[in-house]
Design a protein around this ligand. Structure first.
Ligand SMILES: Cc1cc2nc3c(=O)[nH]c(=O)nc-3n(C[C@H](O)[C@H](O)[C@H](O)COP(=O)(O)OP(=O)(O)OC[C@H]3O[C@@H](n4cnc5c(N)ncnc54)[C@H](O)[C@@H]3O)c2cc1C
Length: 393
């Protein structure tokens, strides 16, 4: 007898929804609901910055997520504190940053070609109830704007009531790349940070400048900026004042946003939720930022979303032939909890002044390439960062 596949609804096609759709599409009947058409995403505003580290890229290969070529592989992490460049650490595996507008729109079209059903509409708190009736499982992957379902907050992992950083992002052309090609992290104590990230966009390679300003500090100077021109000028002046090494690589009048929508200002209050619930006697789950929202300061959001998507895939596959209930939800949370905790506690610690023993580790990196490489690896493997920050051994 032919067994009908269970019907799953994924709300949101960001990293978490897409990775789930690719992973689950053979075993289940998948419908993805996304509020924006691929073309609206492609031509819309940037949503984020993103660096997919080695383990995320391995998952992308495992689940046949589209590939992007090798032209802008990120091989290293450059660390600067104040105006002192400390070291360049080598990543064990190269990373890649693809503009989410390109990644998401292309992947949606690819999934449609592969037979996955999409509905393009915005789900709200009322319509999600209808979806819970319609499907065997609803997965909330709606990202940072707040979950559609009342997943309970994990208070121990959610210490903040307000954003810890103002996020100011622009995708630029006209900056000479750093060498070896890598992500540059500059920490300005009491002011904030700068991430410089080489990335791929529809227009070709760009350099992302991502300023994270401590609210009300001297770096928090982007209030009231209205358009691309004002934004570009403000970034140029801010980089000149606070990030001279980057300023020296700006190529005069060539410095410009790669398109009129390639800038963004936002601020997030991190919050971690238990990612499962029973509603109307049915399991519902969350994945990605909708339930695990961290400050972007450590660049872990996409990687954590992808990790949790894989863990949810493993859980649903393991429980494929049983009724999905609290036990299934608990199994998913038990698989993910420790890693969520490590990423979250490291990330939250990074929003504070660096502890003295971490400053000492960074200084060791200036003398010792092995140590420098280990520190670079914190970003690819945040468990290592968590151990370095919190281990008492
Ligand atoms: C400024 C900034 C910088 C960042 N930098 C990094 C970084 O360097 N590295 C990194 O790994 N992470 C970074 N992140 C985090 C990263 O962007 C997120 O963690 C990641 O995109 C989360 O993926 P997601 O699928 O959970 O949500 P999203 O990528 O937000 O996708 C959610 C999707 O759901 C759709 N949607 C939302 N609501 C609805 C609804 N009601 N109905 C239907 N569809 C809906 C949206 O249109 C969207 O397509 C950054 C975030 C920000 C804000």
């Amino acid at each position: 007898m032919r067994v009908l596949k269970k019907r799953l609804c994924i709300i949101g096609s960001g990293v978490s929804g897409l990775h789930l759709a690719y992973a689950l599409k053979e075993d289940f009947d998948i419908t993805v609901i996304e509020r924006q058409l691929p073309d609206q995403i492609r031509k819309g505003r940037i949503m984020s910055t993103q660096v997919h580290f080695g383990s995320t890229r391995t998952r992308e290969t495992r689940f046949n997520v589209p590939e992007w070529g090798e032209q802008t592989l990120i091989e290293s992490i450059h660390i600067t504190i104040g105006n002192q460049k400390l070291f360049v650490g080598q990543l064990q595996e190269p990373a890649l940053s693809v503009d989410q507008r390109l990644y998401y729109s292309h992947s949606i079209e690819d999934l449609i070609d592969k037979g996955v059903s999409f509905r393009f509409e915005k789900v709200d708190k009322e319509s999600v109830e209808v979806l819970i009736d319609e499907f065997d499982l609803v997965i909330d992957c709606t990202g940072k704007n707040g979950t559609l379902l009342p997943f309970p907050i994990e208070e121990d992992l959610s210490p903040f009531q307000t954003p810890q950083r103002k996020c100011i992002v622009g995708y630029f052309i006209g900056i000479k790349a750093n060498t070896p090609l890598g992500v540059s992290v500059t920490v300005l104590p009491e002011l904030g940070e700068m991430f410089e990230i080489p990335a791929i966009t529809e227009h070709g390679p760009v350099t992302i400048l991502f300023i994270m300003a401590i609210p009300d500090s001297d770096l928090d100077v982007f209030k009231g900026i209205k358009n691309a021109e004002e934004f570009t000028l403000k970034v140029r002046r801010t980089v000149q004042q606070f990030f001279p090494e980057i300023y020296n690589r700006i190529e005069g009048e060539n410095f410009a946003l790669c398109d009129e929508n390639s800038f963004l200002q936002t601020a997030l209050t991190p919050v971690i939720r238990k990612p499962y619930l029973m509603i109307k006697n049915k399991l519902v789950v969350g994945c990605g930022d909708s339930v695990f929202l961290n400050d972007p300061i450590t660049g872990q959001g996409c990687n954590l979303s992808s990790y949790c998507a894989e863990q949810l895939y493993e859980t649903l596959t393991e429980y494929k032939n049983s009724k999905w209930d609290m036990k299934t939800g608990e199994a998913y949370w038990n698989r993910t909890k420790q890693f969520v905790k490590e990423v979250t506690e490291w990330t939250n610690a990074m929003t504070k002044p660096l502890p003295e023993h971490v400053v000492q580790l960074l200084l060791q990196g200036t003398q010792d390439q092995v140590k420098a490489n280990e520190i670079a690896e914190w970003f690819a493997n945040p468990t290592k960062a968590y151990e370095a920050f919190f281990s008492t051994k």
